[in-house]
Design a protein around this ligand. Structure first.
Ligand SMILES: *[C@@H]1O[C@H](CO)[C@@H](O)[C@H](O)[C@H]1NC(C)=O
Ligand SMILES: *[C@@H]1O[C@H](CO)[C@@H](O)[C@H](O)[C@H]1NC(C)=O
Ligand SMILES: *[C@@H]1O[C@H](CO)[C@@H](O)[C@H](O)[C@H]1NC(C)=O
Length: 477
């Protein structure tokens, strides 16, 4: 439930793993406080910068202008094996300039290969690991085979998240190994009443296939092919706002492990996560880290013939601050920055003279000629404070404070939640036929306040440690 927000802050701090930076002076951004022109892009974690800040997760509503963010690569049907060979397609955020042919996933933290699967690790006192897909899904199906982490305060997540913070989640609390928690959010508005549980056999010991099927009309969460929960768009009308509070914008797939039970989190979050995380647990002792194991992941695009839900062009962008599905444009705008100085309105910024146009490869911004440029490359180059979300990671709307909102994990009533198989989808078997249709509506709701950032800490050592421990640990494993 708590998810989103917390996930983001988990992820936010995870970024710190990339550098050793405590970024006190990075400008923050929110709906009420857009980024300045000099650092126009608002990252997923609510901080302003250029370069990587303008790529995946950049929120146009909070950025200097609607076109500050770089357009988002369109949906591609794809199976990600997550095996050893796939590791080269997982690229650290400090090395990715926006070309999805060069990387499947952008990472922060410590992904490791083990037995032809990918482990997301969380070494002692770290903030875990997050992978985000480089292409966006605008409706469709995504399936992930995974085994969760375990232990109080340890959270594994498999979610869809858009740049304007529409979100569809699976979250697993490490002390509740027989429950898959599901949730969704519209534009990051924290309505914790939207959660629902699906019962499942031990998620740490057993592989399961978790699927999110998302159409303009409904969301379905399936475990091992069985529908565990269905949420209809027609149930999400918000009469106050006069709109459907239903996820509807292009979203990245995000996989993560994060410390919901970290002492620096709000009490509500810690409670929701099953209690304070134990950094002297068996897994930490034996392997040096907590871990979640990811096998094959498959994305099937919705593939509509006309919007919403197309993937005909190269990229998606928003043409209105409303950021609803009718404001998403499937376009041919390019998605690749020439350097980490670039932004949506100046994609060639920092291009070495004499270079030909096209796709900047994922070079490490060694040169960093950018001088006193704004935050641009997380963890690379000159200026230290170059981690999106690096500092006091705040989530949308947040002041980057370390504590946060009320409400943590109170279990609100789900909707048609739990219990397996409501079976037949209006959309047919594997269907994303656009003809899925559903009737009648009723409201749902209840909202609450947003939580916020976690106090970041220096986990510089963690990265290297994880790599070393990783090898040792895996031998034991
Ligand atoms: C998406 O757009 C369509 C067509 O513009 C609209 O009818 C529908 O209500 C929108 N869906 C949501 C969830 O807002
Ligand atoms: C889901 O399961 C968790 C853990 O067992 C529980 O705390 C929460 O209340 C449940 N939520 C719903 C909506 O049933
Ligand atoms: C309806 O939308 C408003 C404005 O976005 C929001 O504050 C409120 O929480 C929503 N209501 C429900 C029941 O979710």
């Amino acid at each position: 439930m708590r998810s989103t927000t917390v996930l983001t802050l988990g992820a936010a701090t995870a970024l710190l793993g990339a550098g050793n930076v405590l970024a006190d002076d990075i400008p923050t951004c929110s709906l009420d406080k857009k980024c300045p022109e000099s650092a126009p892009c608002c990252s997923q974690y609510g901080q302003c910068g250029v370069g990587a800040y303008c790529l995946g997760g950049c929120d146009p509503r909070m950025s200097f202008s609607l076109d500050s963010c770089v357009p988002a690569p369109v949906c591609q049907d794809k199976t990600y094996k997550m095996d050893k060979a796939s590791m080269s397609k997982i690229v650290d955020i400090s090395e990715y300039l926006g070309d999805p042919s060069k990387a499947d996933w952008v990472s922060q933290g410590e992904p490791l290969s083990y037995n032809d699967n990918t482990l997301l690790t969380m070494p002692k006192n770290s903030v875990g690991t997050v992978l985000a897909s480089t292409t966006y899904m605008w409706y469709g199906s995504v399936k992930a085979r995974l085994k969760t982490s375990r232990g109080r305060g340890v959270v594994t997540a498999f979610i869809l998240m858009s740049d304007v913070k529409d979100e569809i989640d699976y979250e697993f609390v490490g002390s509740e190994l027989t429950t898959a928690q599901t949730n969704y959010y519209f534009q990051g508005i924290p309505t914790y009443a939207n959660s629902g549980n699906i019962s499942v056999t031990d998620t740490y010991s057993n592989w399961h296939e978790y699927e999110i099927r998302w159409t303009p009309d409904q969301i379905q969460w399936l475990v091992d092919g069985q529908v565990g929960r269905t949420k209809l768009k027609s149930e999400t009308w918000n009469a106050t706002a006069n709109q459907w509070d239903f996820p509807q914008t292009p979203s990245r797939v995000q996989l993560s492990i994060w410390p919901g039970g970290a002492a620096s989190n709000a009490q509500g979050t810690i409670d929701w996560a099953g209690g304070a995380i134990q950094w002297d647990s068996e897994d930490i002792k034996n392997y040096g880290y907590y871990f979640a194991t990811f096998g094959e992941i498959t994305v099937q695009c919705y593939d509509a013939k006309s919007p919403p839900g197309t993937n005909k062009g190269t990229s998606y962008y928003y043409n209105s601050y409303r950021a609803t599905n009718d404001t998403v444009v499937d376009s041919d705008k390019p998605t690749v920055l020439a350097s980490f100085q670039g932004t949506g309105t100046d994609m060639d910024a920092g291009k070495p003279s004499g270079t030909k146009g096209g796709s900047a490869s994922a070079t490490k911004a060694g040169g960093s000629k950018g001088t006193s440029a704004p935050n641009s490359i997380p963890g690379a180059g000159a200026a230290p404070n170059q981690v999106p979300g690096g500092g006091s990671g705040s989530v949308s709307g947040g002041s980057g404070s370390s504590s946060s909102g009320s409400d943590g994990g109170s279990s609100a009533g789900g909707d048609s939640g739990s219990g397996a198989s409501s079976g037949s989808s209006a959309c047919g078997m594997n269907g994303f036929s656009q003809s899925c249709d559903d009737g009648s509506g009723s409201g749902s709701g209840g909202s609450s306040t947003k939580n916020n950032g976690v106090k970041t800490r220096d986990v510089q050592g963690a990265s290297a440690l994880a790599a070393v421990v990783g090898i040792v640990g895996l031998m034991v494993l």
